[in-house]
Write a protein that binds this ligand. Structure first.
Ligand SMILES: [Zn+2]
Ligand SMILES: [Zn+2]
Length: 638
C-alpha cells in the first residue's frame, strides 16, 4: 500500500497508508477524540469520518464543539427527523429536501392524506430519540444516476426521482441509516447517537422548489444543538421572541393591522401606529435636512418607457405593478431613483452644485410572493427613507463617510449594535476598472474609518456598483438588514446625467443610492420587537395618561389632560369610575411611559404624581414642570 502524509492542524505529520479514514487517523491520536469527532476537513473540504483518504494533505477533525459542527449536526438531524417521519407514517408521506438553516433546519414532506399538526411533534421527537438511542451508523454510498433513480422510484419517492433526474451527473451519493436512505452530498455525522439535543419548532407550507405552480409541501421546522444546555438557551430566546412578535404586539397595542379585503402585504396603520410612523418620519426629515439633504417628492407611477430606459423593465418586471392611462403604460414605482434623476436633469448642473443630495420618504410597491409576506417585515407596499446623492467621482469618499456617520448616529439613538459588509465587483458587471477601483476603495476606506469591524463579500456587489450593507443587532441579538449604500455607474449613464466641470466640458456624475432605516414598515416591525413594545418616551405614540382616583377629581383631571395636550404632550385620559389599580394595570398593558395619578392632594396642590410604567414613582410636580420634563427627555431621544 502506498504511504501518504497527513498534516494535522498543529503542524505535525503522520505517515499513513492510503485509504485510511479520518476516523483511523483520529484513533491514532486518541479514542476519545475519535468518538467526539463528527466529520473532518480534508484539504479544505468537508468529508465524513469514514471517507477514505487517498492522497497526502491537511486534515482537521471537526469535533462536536467546533464552529463547523453545528451545520453538520443540524443537517444530519434533518435526516433523523425524516427517518422518524417515514417510520411513523410510512408510504403516506414522501420526503423531499431538508437543509440546515440559520438557527436550525427543516424538512419538506409531501402527503395527500397526512396533515401535520403541532401535536405530532412529541410523537416524532420520541421516534427520533428511539433512533438516536439505537446509535445507527450512517454510511455513504455512491451509485450511478440510473440506479439511484430506480431505487427511489421503487420506494415511491417521486420527488427524489425528480431531483436526481435534474442532476447532470454520472453518479450520486446516498446516505443510509437503518432503513432510511436519502440522496445527499454530505457530510454527515457518523452515528445517530450523536443527536442528543433537538426540538421540532413549527410548521409552514412551502411549494416544491419554491414555485407556486408546484405541489404544496408541509415544512417542519426544527432545531438541533451540540448539547441540551445550548438548546435550552436557544428555546428560551425563541420564547422571548414570541412574546415580542411585532404582529402580536401590533394588535395588542393597536398599532396596525392587515385586511384580506384590502389585500395581502398592505398595511393599515391605526392611529397609534400612524403616530409612531409620523414621529420617525419627522425625525428623518430633521436629520436629513441638517446633514445637507434636500427633500423631494416624485410621482407614484411613471411611464413604462422610463422603466425600460432604467433597465427595471428588463430585470425587475416581475416585481412591479403596471397600469394604463389613455393607452399609455405606466409602472408603479418599486424604487425612487428615476424621479430623482429627472429632478436633477431639470436644469444644467455645474461641478460647483455637486454633491446634490435628494431625500424622499418614498412609498414603493413591490410584488412579493404571498408565501413570503410576514407582518411588517415583508410587505408589498412600503416607504423607504431613500436618498440619491449625485456627485463627482472625487466626492464619493467624503459622501460615504458622512453616510457612515449618519448610520452610526441613528443606530446609537435607537440603541442598536450593528455589523457591516462590503460587497465587491461581481464577474458580470459594467463600468470601467478605474470606476470600480475608486468606488470600492471609497467604500472600504469609509468602513475602515468608522472603526467598526466589517466583512468583505468578494464578488457579491450589484452588477452596476459595489455596496455596503449594515445589519442591526436587536435586543435578542438577531440581525436585521437595514441601511445600504450602493455606488452606481449605470443609471447616470443610461439617463445621461451630466455636469459641467471646471474645464467647461460635460462630465458624468456618480450616483449613490442609500437608505438609513430602509423600509419604515420593516424598521417599525424591528423596533417593536427590539423594545418589546415599550417604546422610549420620544417614540411612544402615547407618552402619558391622566388617571383620577375618584370622580371627585374628574374635572381637575380633565383640565390637566387638556393643558398637556395643548402643550404638545401625546396624552390620553382615563376618567372612568373604576378602581385606580385597574386603570393603572390597563395603562401598563398599553406600555404608556407615564401615568399621572390625580387624587385630592394633587388637586389641592395643583400638581400631578407621575408614575413610570415599570412601577417607579416620581415626586408630585406642577403640570408645567411635567411638560418641561417630557419635552427635555424627548428631545434627548430618551
Ligand atoms: Zn444529507
Ligand atoms: Zn435608488
Amino acid at each position: 500500500m502506498a504511504e501518504i502524509q497527513i498534516e494535522l492542524p498543529d503542524g505535525s505529520l503522520k505517515s499513513v497508508e492510503a485509504g485510511v479514514t479520518p476516523y483511523d487517523v483520529a484513533l491514532t491520536i486518541g479514542e476519545g477524540l475519535a468518538r467526539q469527532s463528527i466529520a473532518a476537513c480534508f484539504n479544505d473540504e468537508l468529508v465524513d469520518m469514514t471517507a477514505p483518504l487517498d492522497a497526502s494533505g491537511t486534515l482537521a477533525l471537526i469535533t462536536q464543539n467546533s464552529p463547523e459542527a453545528l451545520e453538520i449536526i443540524r443537517h444530519s438531524c434533518a435526516h433523523l427527523m425524516a427517518q422518524a417521519v417515514k417510520e411513523i407514517y410510512g408510504d403516506e408521506v414522501q420526503v423531499t429536501i431538508g437543509p440546515a438553516i440559520k438557527d436550525g433546519f427543516y424538512y419538506d414532506f409531501y402527503s395527500e392524506t397526512k396533515k401535520f399538526v403541532p401535536e405530532d411533534f412529541p410523537v416524532i421527537e420520541a421516534k427520533m430519540a428511539e433512533l438516536a438511542k439505537e446509535d445507527l451508523s450512517i454510511s455513504r454510498e455512491v451509485m450511478t444516476r440510473d440506479d439511484a433513480i430506480s431505487l427511489f422510484r421503487d420506494m415511491g419517492e417521486a420527488y427524489k426521482v425528480e431531483l436526481i433526474e435534474d442532476l447532470d451527473v454520472e453518479s450520486v451519493s446516498l446516505y443510509r441509516q437503518g432503513n432510511f436512505v436519502d440522496l445527499c452530498r454530505g457530510p454527515h455525522v457518523p452515528r445517530t447517537g450523536i443527536h442528543k439535543a433537538y426540538k421540532l419548532t413549527s410548521l409552514a407550507g412551502a411549494y416544491w422548489r419554491g414555485d407556486e405552480k408546484n405541489a404544496m409541501l408541509q415544512r417542519i421546522y426544527a432545531t438541533a444543538f451540540q448539547n441540551k444546555k445550548e438548546l435550552k438557551t436557544h428555546l428560551a430566546r425563541l420564547e422571548e421572541a414570541k412574546k415580542r412578535d411585532h404582529r402580536r404586539l401590533g394588535r395588542e397595542l393597536d398599532l396596525f393591522s392587515f385586511s384580506e379585503e384590502a389585500g395581502g402585504g398592505l398595511v393599515l396603520w391605526h392611529p397609534k401606529g400612524a403616530m409612531l410612523r409620523a414621529i420617525i418620519e419627522d425625525f428623518e426629515r430633521k436629520e436629513h435636512t441638517k446633514r445637507g439633504y434636500e427633500l423631494v417628492v416624485g410621482p407614484q407611477i411613471l411611464k413604462t418607457d422610463l422603466w425600460k430606459m432604467s433597465g427595471h423593465y428588463e430585470n425587475y418586471r416581475e416585481n412591479m405593478y403596471f397600469t394604463e392611462i389613455d393607452e399609455q403604460g405606466y409602472g408603479v414605482k418599486p424604487m425612487n431613483c428615476l424621479a430623482h434623476m429627472l429632478i436633477y436633469k431639470s436644469k444644467p448642473r455645474s461641478y460647483r452644485n455637486l454633491p446634490i443630495r435628494y431625500f424622499e420618504l418614498g412609498t414603493v410597491h413591490r410584488h412579493e410572493k404571498s408565501g413570503v409576506l410576514h407582518g411588517l417585515l415583508r410587505v408589498r407596499g412600503f416607504t423607504q427613507d431613500d436618498a440619491h446623492i449625485i456627485c463627482r467621482p472625487d466626492q464619493i469618499d467624503a459622501e460615504v463617510k458622512d453616510i457612515m456617520k449618519f448610520v452610526q448616529d441613528v443606530a446609537g439613538i435607537f440603541g442598536f449594535d450593528y455589523t457591516m459588509e462590503l460587497s465587491t465587483r461581481p464577474e458580470k458587471s459594467i463600468g470601467t476598472d478605474a470606476d470600480w477601483d475608486q468606488a470600492t476603495k471609497a467604500l472600504q476606506s469609509a468602513l475602515e474609518d468608522s472603526g467598526q469591524p466589517f466583512d468583505i463579500n468578494e464578488g457579491d456587489g450589484a452588477f452596476y456598483g459595489p455596496k455596503i450593507d449594515v445589519k442591526l443587532k436587536d435586543a435578542l441579538d438577531r440581525e436585521w438588514q437595514c441601511a445600504t449604500i450602493q455606488c452606481d455607474f449605470t443609471l447616470p449613464e443610461r439617463f445621461d446625467l451630466t455636469y459641467v466641470g471646471s474645464d467647461g466640458e460635460k462630465h458624468r456624475p456618480v450616483m449613490l443610492h442609500r437608505v438609513i432605516l430602509g423600509s419604515i414598515e420593516r424598521f417599525i416591525g424591528v423596533l417593536i420587537e427590539h423594545y418589546a413594545g415599550s417604546f422610549p418616551l420620544w417614540l411612544s405614540p402615547v407618552q402619558a395618561i391622566v388617571l383620577n382616583v375618584t370622580d371627585n377629581q374628574a374635572e381637575y383631571a380633565q383640565k390637566v389632560f387638556e393643558q398637556l395636550r395643548a402643550a404638545g404632550v401625546r396624552v390620553e385620559s382615563d376618567l372612568r369610575n373604576e378602581k385606580l389599580g385597574f386603570k393603572i394595570r390597563e395603562a401598563q398593558m398599553a406600555k404608556i411611559p407615564y401615568m399621572l395619578v390625580i387624587g385630592d392632594r394633587e388637586m389641592e396642590e395643583k400638581t400631578v404624581a407621575p408614575r413610570f410604567r415599570d412601577g417607579k414613582s416620581l415626586d408630585p410636580v406642577s403640570v408645567t414642570d411635567f411638560i418641561d420634563f417630557i419635552a427635555q427627555e424627548a428631545s434627548a431621544h430618551k
